[in-house]
Write a protein that binds this ligand. Structure first.
Ligand code: GH3
Ligand code: MG
Ligand code: MG
Length: 434
């Protein structure tokens, strides 16, 4: 027989109620245990270590709240999810349950299948795939525990902190939600909210403020300082989850917009055909690189290259194959230069490499090496019939040659490119200030 996946303890003084729950949960691949009273339940929980307990509220001698409190106070049973099955979900009940550490309420009588579906969610949520990252910051053990159970079963991966400075030290921007209790050691929770909101990288992380008070001034202050929502203790776990879900939905939407924005920005700075930086972006970074080279008294080199007889190449192999060559040249360029070098498509079949902190001699050597790589390189034509080859001509200029601004750096490199063309192509010419 297939081994049972879960152990479930059903605690209820009424045999009829126990039977009803058992029937409801039967489709689960679980081993069931029954306890007719509180004391029996605690002993059984210690002995069998169940994955979940359903607990009746009203029982003689020891009621459900007392059982819950005792289970929560014992290291061996503290983490077990408890689903309280009650016929009266009043605010006073909720308050008592919260104090005792109940994470879940289920109100009797329930439609067939409801409790089953709910328990499946609890059990699979614990082992299932994580849907997001949550941080619980609270020095109140009870509320930390309840929030954790509620979030865990929904599928969050969770970090818990009881101290504000620990939280600040490890808080990062991939957090999906922060549940911040008014009770937190180290710093006043309102002050902490303010600090978190002042950090640029954390400003969009939703914060739910968990509070003991219904003082509107305090709550308004929390919201003013940057909390997105608040919830008052005692709370129903499903209310907390509903609030969290709504905040996370907005955050995901925000992330999506942000993502699109990044894509748009990168499209605006890259060339569509080759994926290299475009001319617009090159001009922007050149300005910065030029200023930096003056400041640090380093040599900055610029190399401009142009594919030889590319018009003829297009005429021979077709425009589409011309595009393939430009793409391949882009890939070669990307893999041939250092991270700090900037490679861009300047336009048409012209490319630029900016080499910061590089001497003219070194840059010329590097470009000549690259020229040879290209000369040796061949690309299969789209129909697969030809191995296409091509060459490049290059011009190089360096700031050490008395060049005073970035426009001149490009102008003199370009002049050298044309010298390379005039001298027969497939060569590198370095600008020299006579
Ligand atoms: P040179 O050796 O003097 O550079 O000769 P060339 O034929 O390469 O120079 P020219 O400036 O006369 O022609 C450049 C050609 O590059 C013409 C143009 O159709 C082609 N070209 C420019 N951009 C692209 C492109 O994105 N794809 C393709 N396939 N061809 C392009
Ligand atoms: Mg050209
Ligand atoms: Mg050309």
């Amino acid at each position: 027989m297939k081994e049972k996946e879960y152990k479930i303890l059903i605690v209820d003084d009424s045999p009829i109620s126990r039977k009803a729950i058992l029937t409801e949960l039967k489709p689960l691949n679980a081993e069931f245990f029954e306890s007719p009273d509180g004391r029996h339940a605690i002993i059984s929980a210690l002995k069998i270590k169940p994955d979940l307990i359903t607990l009746d509220v009203e029982m003689p001698k020891m009621n459900g709240f007392d059982v819950c409190r005792q289970l929560r106070n014992n290291k061996m049973t503290r983490e077990i999810p408890i689903i309280m099955v009650t016929s009266r979900a009043t605010k006073a009940e909720l308050e008592k349950g919260f104090q005792a550490g109940v994470a879940e309420y289920f109100v009797k009588p329930f439609p067939k299948g409801e409790l089953y579906k709910h328990i499946v969610r609890v059990l699979t949520g614990i082992t299932g795939e994580k849907i997001g990252k949550a941080i619980i910051a609270s020095s109140d053990n009870n509320s930390r525990h309840i929030i954790r159970l509620a979030l865990e079963k929904t599928g969050f991966s969770i970090s818990r902190f009881h101290n504000a400075s620990e939280l600040l030290g490890s808080f990062n921007s991939d957090t999906d939600i922060l549940i911040l209790d008014q009770n937190i050691e180290g710093i006043n929770a309102l002050e902490l909210t303010n600090i978190l909101r002042s950090k640029k990288e954390l400003e969009h992380i939703p914060i739910i403020y968990v509070t003991d008070t219904d003082d509107p001034f305090h709550l308004v202050q929390a919201l003013d300082l940057g909390a997105n929502d608040y919830i008052q203790k005692p709370f129903w776990d499903r209310e907390l989850l509903a609030r969290i879900n709504s905040l996370i939905k907005s955050k995901r939407l925000y992330d999506e917009v942000q993502n699109q924005k990044n894509i748009m920005e990168s499209l605006a700075m890259t060339d569509k055909l080759t994926g290299l930086f475009n001319r617009h972006f090159l001009e922007e970074v050149m300005e910065k690189e030029f200023a930096k080279s003056i400041r640090n008294k380093h040599s900055l080199c610029l190399a401009i290259m142009d594919v030889d007889h590319f018009k003829k190449f297009n005429d021979t192999y077709g425009h589409q194959n011309g595009d393939v060559v430009l793409q391949e040249l882009g890939t070669l360029l990307k893999s041939s230069f250092r991270v700090g070098d900037i490679v861009a498509r300047y336009g048409g079949e012209e490319f630029i490499v900016v080499l910061p902190e590089t001497s003219a001699k070194k840059a010329t050597e590097k470009m000549d090496h690259f020229r040879k790589v290209v000369e040796e390189f061949s690309v299969a034509s789209t129909c697969g019939e030809h191995q296409m080859q091509f060459t490049i001509s290059v011009g190089v200029a360096s700031t050490k040659d008395g060049i005073k601004n970035q426009d001149d750096l490009l102008k003199f490199a370009d002049e050298c490119l044309y010298k390379s063309k005039e001298m027969g192509r497939n060569r590198v010419t370095l600008y020299q200030n006579e």
